[in-house]
Design a protein around this ligand. Structure first.
Ligand code: FRU
Length: 500
């Protein structure tokens, strides 16, 4: 294993590896209902996200044999609504030969609609995966391609691999898009230790030429991994195109996290909108990592999935889950163009289909120094809820939601807004995740996606997002709205029970 990975493994994964060895007690109470988890064993990054003929494909970093990192292969699942997933056989397995072990690290998939690669057969466009081949014995990472002519179920590795090799130990996570104007494929790939990205161009997905580099800007405290480059229309206006770069690296409060840059990309070079020292983050929690956008979505949509990196508490027989699918939006703000995220709009159709017994709507309720339970009569006690609530702060010092409450032990997870500190936090016995966010037009809107062991909080329409993992005991299913030390006005509340 190369040094970089070893360090990553030591810091992030070793505790889980040790715990996994100790504990093999099934934990169904923490198995998410509407977030993706593999049926069993380990997952980390989402890979090769692509939408084909009404189906969302999710490939993912997977150890098919054990509930810990290793034997990296691409697991595979599909969904038509981004809530229910169909599990499929491993799509790209590790390659073991006498001299070389090749682990299938992170990467992307593209539909080669014009068969530029020549990999297609019978006039059908091939699906092409571009991934990092990690070869620990050779201490090398290079970029490989593999193609599928059966709709992404199985892949054949290209005989001419590697397609990009700069003879480095750490060089990974290619992300490829098609640029219509230039009639070229563009690959963005990370040189993690050097905090930089390289851009390559190709006409056929096989021969790649270096275009330029971007790096040593923003937050450089951590290695850079899993980059993506995405064109977006600011405020949805086609005359205001910007390019979004997202990178997994760190965030101010956590060892792991993601940052982003906005700027221009002319088919060769990325120009940052902001001064090099300016830092912007995708999610402020400890767990959200390695997110990449879907390729080939209709209507110019851009939607991503991220990995929720597991904490110390072990889950069994799986470990690791994906975030909810998130739409990416760029908006003009007085500070400049900023990234907003929303739970993917396609999810709304599933919410609308839920029967009245799985929905709750309230309006204009003043809460004064108390808790208002939401799960009276057993409703909404599934720990798999989606809550959309808007508050107008009043005299109360703090207000928000309490989830996963155990009335006997007093255990709970508090999603609170502290008015004086302009701080949104998620706190429980496992720790606190927090971020600064100000009211918008005098209001705080929280979209809370709670799914057994994950909590994602989108504030003020996705201006900032805080994600964490929680591990409530199986009896901790209470939920409530609260205001502490004074009043808050709850303008609107919607709760959906997604326990299906
Ligand atoms: C990020 C990462 C990637 C790499 C993969 C290996 O979590 O380290 O950089 O491709 O995981 O599993």
């Amino acid at each position: 294993m190369n040094k970089q990975l070893f360090t990553f493994w030591l810091i992030c994964l070793l505790p889980f590896t040790l715990l996994a060895q100790q504990q093999e007690v099934p934990t169904p109470q923490w198995r998410p209902v509407y977030h993706f988890t593999p049926p069993k064993n380990w997952t980390n990054d989402p890979n090769g996200l692509i939408y084909l003929n009404g189906v969302y494909h999710l490939y993912y970093q997977h150890n098919p044999y054990e509930n810990k990192w290793g034997h990296m292969s691409w697991g595979h699942a599909t969904s038509t609504d981004l809530l229910h997933w169909k599990h499929l056989p491993v799509a790209i397995p590790e390659i073991e030969t006498k001299d070389t072990t090749t682990w299938i690290f992170s990467g992307c998939a593209v539909l080669d609609a014009h068969n530029t690669s020549g990999f297609g057969s019978n006039g059908k466009a091939p699906l092409v995966a571009i991934y990092t081949a990690d070869q620990p014995k050779q201490e090398k990472e290079s970029q490989f391609v593999a193609y599928s002519n059966d709709g992404g179920m199985s892949f054949t590795n290209f005989a001419g691999n590697p397609v990009v090799d700069i003879h480095k130990k750490d060089f990974r996570d290619p992300s490829v898009i098609w640029m219509e104007e230039q009639q070229q494929w563009v690959m963005t790939v990370a040189v993690p230790q050097e905090h930089k990205l390289q851009f390559y161009a190709s006409k056929n997905l096989k021969k790649w030429d270096l275009l330029s580099e971007f790096g040593n800007q923003g937050d450089t405290r951590k290695i850079w991994e899993c980059p993506s480059l995405t064109p977006l229309y600011v405020d949805g206006d086609p005359s205001k195109k910007k390019w979004l770069i997202m990178i997994s690296s760190g965030n101010p409060d956590a060892a792991t996290g993601m940052q982003y840059f906005t700027g221009d990309f002319d088919g060769k070079t990325f120009t940052n909108d902001n001064p090099g020292e300016h830092q912007q983050f995708v999610d402020y929690g400890r767990t959200f990592y390695a997110a990449i956008p879907y390729n080939n979505l209709p209507d110019g949509k851009h939607t991503m999935l991220g990995w929720l990196m597991p904490f110390e508490t072990p889950t069994y027989p799986w470990r690791g889950q994906m975030s909810i699918a998130r739409d990416l939006l760029l908006k003009s703000t007085p500070e400049g163009v900023r990234l907003y995220q929303q739970p993917a709009s396609v999810l709304n159709a599933s919410l609308e289909k839920l029967p009245a017994s799985k929905r709750l709507v309230k309006q204009g309720v003043e809460i004064d120094s108390r808790e208002m339970p939401l799960n009276k009569g057993g409703r909404f006690g599934s720990n798999a809820n989606w809550i959309d609530v808007t508050f107008t702060p009043g005299s109360g010092e703090e207000f928000g939601l309490k989830l996963g409450q155990n009335s006997v032990s007093g255990a709970e997870t508090v999603i609170g807004y502290n008015k004086a500190r302009n701080e949104l936090y998620i706190a429980n016995a496992g720790g606190t995740d927090k971020m600064m966010v100000k009211p918008s037009n005098g209001k705080i809107r929280l979209q809370v996606l709670f799914d057994k062991s994950s909590v994602e909080v989108f504030v003020n329409g996705g201006e900032r997002v805080l994600t964490t993992l929680v591990f409530p005991d199986s009896k901790a299913t209470g939920c409530a709205v609260f205001s502490a030390k004074g009043k808050v006005m709850m303008d609107t509340l919607k709760v959906w029970d997604l326990s299906f």
